[in-house]
Design a protein around this ligand. Sequence first.
Ligand code: XMP
Length: 508
Amino acid sequence: MEKIIVLDFGGQYNQLIARRVRDLGVYSEVWPFSSPLSSLDDPSIVGIIFTGGPRSCYEETSPRVDKGIYDLGKPILGICYGAQLIAFQNGGHVEAIPEREYGNRTIEIDGTSPLFSGLEQNQDVFMSHGDQIASLGQGFRVTASSSTCPIASYEDQKKRIYGVQFHPEVEHSVHGQDMLARFVLGICNASPTWKPEDFLSAKIEEARAIIGDKQVLCALSGGVDSAVVAALLSKAVGKRLTCVFVDHGLLRKNEAEQVKKTFGAMDLRLIAVDAKREFYDALAGVTEPEAKRKIIGKKFIDVFSKEEQKLQGTGEFYLAQGTIYPDRIESGLGIAAKIKSHHNVGGLPKDMDFLGLVEPLKDLFKDEVRALGRLLGLPEDIVSRQPFPGPGLGIRIVGEVTEERVLIVQEADAIFQEELKAAGIRPSQYFAALSNMRSVGVKGDERSYEEAVVLRAVDTDDFMTASPTEIPYEVLFKASRRIVNEVKGVNRVLYDVTSKPPSTIELE
Ligand code: XMP
């Protein structure tokens, strides 16, 4: 299979570059910059991209490549640090600039470069660099510049080596993807024949090779990542996959049934543990948010460990996790094969006795995971579901968690979801929660003193910041009317219009 190798020099966007190449229909993997030359000299590798990175290439200890790479005859594209390194290792000069350049810039391109053919002369691109190329070695020529960056791109067409100081892989570079397409499909002449199906079969094969004749255990949360891992592993090793689904009683309406039905129909062992009572008992009387989170996390581990211990003796197990690429960025790229601490619910204990970890989705972005889920035939309800926190409704019920209050949130949430769906509105995350407020109302001719439901809907790309979704008033009004009419124990509905920060998305 033809592929483009992305050599990682520590930049933030390394996986994003590989993902952009895959979007063009060409398979791409990220490899460490120190990969041996011999491994790169493989006929299936039709091009190499050097990523950006935080270092300065002229420092003694900066990440460098064997110069033999430039004689492999393969097209190379350097991005940011990658472009500087190529220039530096080929007779050019790189130096620090007085002030770091960061943000959108307009560059003027030379349309005769194959990297830019057919594009307009002025291009908006994204720059982020503290060094820049001052001069190029023999054989290279400048192909783009800006008022602040005289060598914004360069090339040696004969050797098929290209460099760009800007980041074509990020969306702020308006025609960045077109430039990558010109490199991958034009200069490298790769055929756009790779499909996510191929990735799926490769991952299935890889999981089979790792697991061998052993078994694998997967904690199913009902979320999309663990669901896709389970479906993939079920295809890979069938009944040697055991899924443990802990129903902590803090799931959305019908969620437990849906998970049991979907995975019960697959060729795997499903252990569904009804631990509702245990969780509700442990949470009784507790109102402090952090204490609630800790109790839920600990209980989850207790229940999961108990199941794991029961399984010991039935064979040796690998542990499968639905880690995806953004999870690894969040944990500072602690890629080491250990159980990560920010698992859905509080982290699994490190002393569990597993042969190792299986993480088939670790290089993928969420939408790629969803695409795999669809290929695996998972129901759309699971595949397209919005993020749901590990502690579940526990952190959407301000104050004490009781079975009765869980029911109220589940029903109100289902109504809100239905109404948004009917109106064709799809915020990044949206749900109902319970404030810790009771207030006076009038129902029929009677005074009522009942709960207030909070509706929350936010738009965000990264979930680090978020803005409240501007839901049309009629939609909010209809949801509110239905909630007070259909959900027992509620006489008031509020819409949360705060941004994050200063609020958070969840109420606790
Ligand atoms: P906040 O409330 O911090 O949430 O603005 C940001 C995003 O993270 C999700 N979230 C969690 N996810 N375990 C998770 O798996 C958690 O403990 C947790 N707390 C918050 C939240 O739903 C939102 O998408």
